[in-house]
Ligand binder design. Structure first.
Ligand code: CA
Length: 237
């Protein structure tokens, strides 16, 4: 089993859940896997802790006293890219959609098994790429006019902050980590969205288009992310 303990600082997880027993069980299991755990049982406390502690991941229940989980997610997405996994009620299809719409990275319907939860946590942390031990260095990555600060999950172009959505950021990081190599849409889907993602390859095209609008001088004549006809995309610094 992969544990995160190799990293100098273990990833921290903020658990937001008002059912005491579930909160305890989640905290216990995550600690046992080596994560640093922070807990909250109210939405307003969660907002405060997310901002003051800057956790690497948030497990966020939907039905919460104070501010509900959907609203917490929406408020956090205004200024943070901390990965969020929503914990939804059984059959809460509406919750799931609302959660993903507001920028959650994944969701789990209750009741869920601990093994599945831990697998999702690892997957989301892995996809947020720079949290894995091998890439945990917080050094700036500079390529051409772009500057990526993994510690802050910030991107600058010619020194100006570029506002990227979490998936746009992860896609850019993936590209910058693999420059000069052609990737098919399917490969990019696997690497950035995860093997179990149900969306099609078109998702990649849409995100590439959004990303180009933010990082290219001329999105119509991209210099960083170029299309390779019939194959996929290639990144140049
Ligand atoms: Ca609840």
């Amino acid at each position: 089993m992969t544990t995160p303990t190799v990293a100098e600082t273990p990833p921290s997880v903020l658990i937001v859940e008002d059912e005491e027993t579930l909160l305890f069980t989640l905290a216990h299991n995550l600690k046992r896997e080596g994560y640093k755990v922070i807990t909250a049982s109210r939405g307003d406390d969660a907002l405060e802790l997310a901002r003051s502690k800057n956790p690497d991941l948030i497990l966020l229940d939907v039905m919460l006293p104070g501010v509900d989980g959907i609203q917490v997610c929406r408020l956090l997405r205004r200024d943070t890219t901390i990965p969020i996994i929503m914990l939804t009620a059984l059959g809460g299809e509406g919750d799931r959609v609302a959660g993903l719409d507001t920028g959650a990275d994944d969701y789990l319907a209750k009741p869920f098994g601990m093994r599945e939860l831990l697998a999702r946590v690892r997957a989301v942390l892995r996809r947020s790429s720079l949290r894995t031990p091998a890439a945990a260095a917080s050094d700036l990555y500079v390529t051409g006019d772009l500057e990526i600060d993994p510690g802050r999950r910030e991107v600058r172009k010619n020194g100006a902050l570029v506002h990227l959505k979490p998936k746009e950021y992860e896609l850019l990081v993936f590209f910058t980590q693999h420059p000069g190599r052609v990737y098919t849409r399917e490969q990019i889907l696997d690497e950035v969205w995860g093997y179990d993602y149900e969306g099609g390859a078109r998702t990649v095209d849409v995100h590439v288009r959004w990303l180009r609008q933010k990082i290219e001088d001329d999105p119509g004549q991209p210099q960083h992310i170029r299309t390779v006809r019939g194959s996929g995309y290639i990144f140049d610094g």
